[in-house]
Design a protein around this ligand. Structure first.
Ligand code: GCV
Length: 607
């Protein structure tokens, strides 16, 4: 059970009792575990903010209704890490979401931590004690919204807006005392299932149908946060079928839910997934900007356009989505993926804070109004499959609250709160995690090339697996060169960026190495900034990345990790090493066969 494991909530290991109804009651309960008296002053106007002060031999927390709960968790964390927040603390983003891709049959799309925690057999099915602990888990890192069902809405999740409403309401009730509100994913074509001849957003009967549904939904769950919609994306229905724009589609839904304060989160993950690989003009990364930029300013005030952080799909390395820089008059949120779909399936280590730091530094935190992340949680005893994958959930909460967080500092906090280790071990684990993304990147897809992953499950190497497919996912490796020219002379993608960035990316001599093959098609003998050839750099990264996984194993083995984490971590490390070897050998052989160039250091490359 969770209670017996070492985790950052280990001081909060007692089960959460039934009968808590408000965040204040939860705060009062949690305060009993702090080990010193805590008193609360609630000022409703303070919302989610809080201030922690000393009061005699105890503590005084002042804040809004949810704020006092965040305050008590912050106090507990601070006592553990030695850093109690000073002064008034308030979240930078008001909407801090987890998007669960849970299906009602109990499966989790791209889930690597077991089955759904709340769905099974086409119905809600859960252990209420576990859901209360989920509430604590989310609240303790400041997450305030959970979208319960997959953006790919399969039956019977369509009934979340009618016959399943009582079940949804009961589920919402369990999370409400933790300040966590629900959201649901809806299917744009739903009116068709209910006998309407069309789902055209400009049809008055369709709009009335949605308005009626919204009334019923908010009557059952008055604090529902809103609807999340994947439309015209990967065969999902949407407004395009009726010749309508995405602004028209989103606004119709937004107007239905506006009277109840609902937000309409509309995903911008739209591209042609039926592309002919022979077509070299269509370039998938261009798609979202081409579609949405002309609609800038046309969305209603309660629409939030949800944009994945990169223009493809959570690849190991992508540049920032140009949409995030280009939409000046549209409320947006940025979407991250905690589920490690392309980043090692919660088997391989991939700590995300360094990536998020880069994203916020490049984008500017003000560019988006909210933040979302695809969940990495499941029914597994340790919630996340790999014990260290919890770091990503924790760190996501931290960045959602304060996007100025420092990656190293967040990782260190998580280590401190999770394990009782000597400072040397703490440091060594922190460094290993901080470096884990670079290691993963080295042994997988080189220099910003994407999609070298096995089609379907997206684990392990398959350099040509997506090459002749319809998904717009090509590296176009040949005897002479690899990569796609995305400059103005090529697909023009780089021109979607502001001038300064465009200039940087357009010039192979300035383009950051890690993005080089994302923006350029280059010959294998292209000389990199450090003097190595492109092909040698590919070989070196793959050999080094693989060797580094072995060094990671040795470093981990030397740590004083508690059981069962130690066994789980070491088992997964062996799987990671095997995966890294597979990547190294397949990618190196792939490029050796094309280029005919031998490794300058004479290391083993298979024929
Ligand atoms: C939920 C990728 C994933 C899909 C996912 C989709 C999305 O294509 O592979 O599983 O579907 O992204 O974000 O909608």
């Amino acid at each position: 059970m969770w209670q017996t494991r070492k985790a950052w909530l280990k001081d909060w290991a007692a089960p959460v009792p039934e009968g808590l109804h408000t965040p204040l009651q939860t705060a009062e309960f949690e305060a009993r575990q702090v080990g010193a008296p805590v008193s609360f002053t609630v000022d409703k106007a303070a919302g989610e903010s809080y201030t922690i002060g000393q009061a005699g031999d105890g503590w005084q927390i002042t804040g809004g209704e949810a704020g006092v709960l965040y305050g008590v968790y912050a106090l507990a964390h601070g006592l553990k890490t030695g850093k109690i927040p000073q002064g008034r603390q308030a979240p930078f983003y008001a909407l801090r979401m987890i998007n669960a891709w849970d299906n009602m049959d109990g499966t989790v799309e791209r889930g690597y931590a077991g089955r759904s925690m709340w769905f099974e057999g086409g119905a809600f099915s859960y252990d209420p004690a576990r859901i209360r602990q989920l509430g604590r888990l989310l609240a303790s890192v400041g997450i305030n919204t959970l979208c319960v069902n997959n953006v790919n809405v399969h039956q019977p999740a369509q009934h979340l807006v009618d016959t399943l409403l009582p079940d949804l309401a009961a589920f919402a009730e369990l999370l409400r005392p933790f300040g966590v509100r629900l959201m649901i994913s809806i299917d744009f074509s739903l009116p068709l299932q209910y006998g309407l001849p069309t789902a055209d957003p400009m049809d008055a009967a369709v709009a009335a149908w949605w308005a009626d549904r919204a009334r019923a939904v908010w009557q059952a769950i008055p604090d529902l946060a809103g609807f999340l919609v994947k439309a015209d994306s990967e065969h999902r229905p949407g407004p395009n079928a009726y010749g309508r724009t995405h602004a028209e589609g989103a606004n119709m839904l937004a107007r239905a839910i506006a009277p109840y304060g609902g937000v309409l989160v509309w995903r911008a993950f739209v591209y042609n997934c039926m592309q002919d690989w022979r077509d070299t003009k269509t370039d998938r990364p261009c798609a979202a900007y081409d579609l949405y930029r002309p609609l800038d300013g046309q969305f209603d005030g309660n629409v939030i356009l949800q944009v994945k952080h990169g223009p493809f799909d959570f690849q190991v390395r992508e540049p920032l989505s140009p949409l995030l820089l280009g939409m000046k008059n549209t409320a947006m949120d940025i979407e991250f993926q905690l589920a490690q779909e392309y980043t090692g399936h919660q088997i391989d280590l991939y700590a995300m804070p360094p990536m998020w730091r880069e994203v916020f530094d490049q984008m500017g935190k003000e560019r988006v109004r909210a933040i979302a992340a695809v969940s990495n949680l499941g029914r597994d005893e340790n919630w996340v499959g790999h014990p260290f994958a919890m770091l990503n959930l924790f760190a996501y909460g931290r960045f959602a609250w304060n996007p100025d967080e420092d990656a190293e500092d967040v990782i260190r906090q998580w280590v401190k709160m999770t394990y009782d280790m000597c400072p040397d071990d703490e440091n060594s684990l922190m460094k290993l995690l901080l470096n884990s993304r670079t290691v993963y990147e080295k042994y997988t897809a080189p220099l910003g090339l994407c999609w070298m992953v096995r089609p379907g499950d997206h684990y392990g190497p398959s350099p040509y697996g997506y090459e002749f497919d319809a998904w717009g996912t090509y590296n176009r490796a040949s005897r002479d060169a690899v990569g796609i020219d995305r400059t103005e002379k090529g697909t023009g993608y780089a021109a979607q960026y502001p001038a300064e960035l465009k200039a940087l990316y357009e010039d192979p001599a300035q383009c950051p190495d890690e993005m080089l093959l994302f923006f350029h098609r280059l010959p294998y003998d292209h000389i990199m900034r450090d003097g190595r050839t492109l092909i040698q750099r590919i070989y070196d990264d793959h050999f080094e990345g693989c060797e580094e996984t072995e060094r990671m194993r040795d470093a981990l083995a030397a740590l004083s990790l508690p059981e069962p984490d130690r066994t789980e971590v070491m088992e997964r490390m062996e799987m990671q090493i095997a995966n890294a070897r597979e990547w190294r050998d397949i990618v190196n052989t792939f490029f050796h066969r094309f280029s005919g160039v031998d490794d300058a250091q004479g290391r083993k490359i298979f024929e």
